[in-house]
Design a protein around this ligand. Structure first.
Ligand code: 5RP
Length: 220
């Protein structure tokens, strides 16, 4: 089975968590795209969707799924999204697509975060995948110096501008033995909009697609 087929299996399993008549929070990336395509098959059963990126909003719209603005939504039963890495406590690195700020906002409102991944994303310890950090452009150099002080090697993502008009620094080599502590530290640097560490608010459920089937994990 290919990695894409595994992504699709995890995504389609997440449709079981969509609640009839409710709004669905929708993530960003290739796995989330499979979820959006699956959601289209049941679009008449949901009240609509909140998207975590312009790209996902476009894909939802192309399927005729009603889009809601985050500011219109007080609570969200479920948010479905992929990850770049996820550990046993369901803390994650996200932002491979540079959408972590909006993803973190939608996740913060959701009662249940369902993470959908192929088996390659599950790791013992976060940090092999460089940590994406969204940064206000004028703060790039200062934030880079702070990230170097934390032991990282920040590399500006070439030619990439986030949906919010900012830059991404991909930070290599960080020691992420304390994901929550590091998330608080990096998100507290002046000029950082959001890091791709999702530990304070990790996933509640992981649907991990393996060649033997989709395995469900709950947050410990
Ligand atoms: C985008 C994300 C994605 O969820 C993450 O990059 C995984 O992407 P994919 O499903 O394409 O492997 O955080 O900002």
């Amino acid at each position: 089975m290919t990695q894409d087929e595994l992504k699709q299996q995890a995504a389609l399993r997440a449709l079981d968590y969509v609640i009839d008549g409710e709004i669905v929070g929708v993530g960003t990336g290739s796995t989330a795209n499979y979820f959006i395509d699956g959601l289209a098959t049941m679009k008449d059963r949901i009240a609509g969707a909140v998207a975590s990126s312009e790209a996902s909003a476009r894909r939802l719209s192309s399927h005729g799924i009603r889009l809601l603005d985050m500011n219109e939504v007080e609570s969200l039963p479920v948010y479905v999204d992929g990850a770049d890495e996820i550990d046993a406590s369901l803390s994650m690195i996200k932002g491979g697509g540079g959408a972590q700020t909006r993803e973190k906002i939608v996740a913060a409102v959701a009662r249940t975060f369902v993470c959908i991944c192929d088996a390659s994303k599950k790791v013992e310890r976060l940090g092999r995948f460089p940590l994406p950090v969204e940064v206000i452009p004028m703060a790039r150099a200062q934030v880079s110096r702070e990230l170097i002080r934390l032991g990282g090697r920040p590399i500006p993502r070439e030619g990439f501008v986030t949906d919010n008009g900012n830059l991404i620094l991909d930070v290599h080599g960080l020691d992420i033995s304390d994901p929550t502590g590091l998330e608080i530290t990096i998100d507290g640097i002046v000029g950082v909009v959001t890091s791709g560490l999702f530990a304070k608010r990790g996933a509640d459920i992981l649907l991990l697609a393996t060649p033997e089937g989709v395995v469900t994990y709950g947050r410990t």
